[in-house]
Design a protein. Sequence first.
Length: 163
Amino acid sequence: MTTLDEKSIARDRMRYIKNTQSANLCYLGILFNVLFFVNIYKSDVGTYYYDVLIGVSIVYNLLFLLAAFLASESVKSYSKNYSYVLFFLGIMQIVRIFIIPMRAHGATTIVNNETVKVMGNGQFFTVVVYLVLSAVAILAAGWINLKKCNELNAHLKEIGEIK
């Protein structure tokens, strides 16, 4: 069998198997997001985190989790539009670094009549790594799905199933 035949067979198999690689990367992105918000919300630094920004962050986390899970289920069946959803979610994970972690890293608050840093260097590094890993996993899932969708569509056009 030639390499061309093997590639054609692999492309034809895509019609019958799920895109688990992209779906698993979505799950990994969700896991890193969960680790991020657990790390942030377990912090006990007085009342610093008791504001509207944390409320918005909690709502965004819920929306992120729902959208990423929906995308993970949709990319299994090679839905090209969900690649763009994943690109948006991945970019938003990078943007989030500059919202809560950056603000909390430079802030101080008073706890038991002592001034303390809201987020130390260790925690800051940890949450930034979690967000970056989440973004990378989500963006990779979108890119792989987009590539596979284009490959599958080209194959379907080649065999005459779509025009």
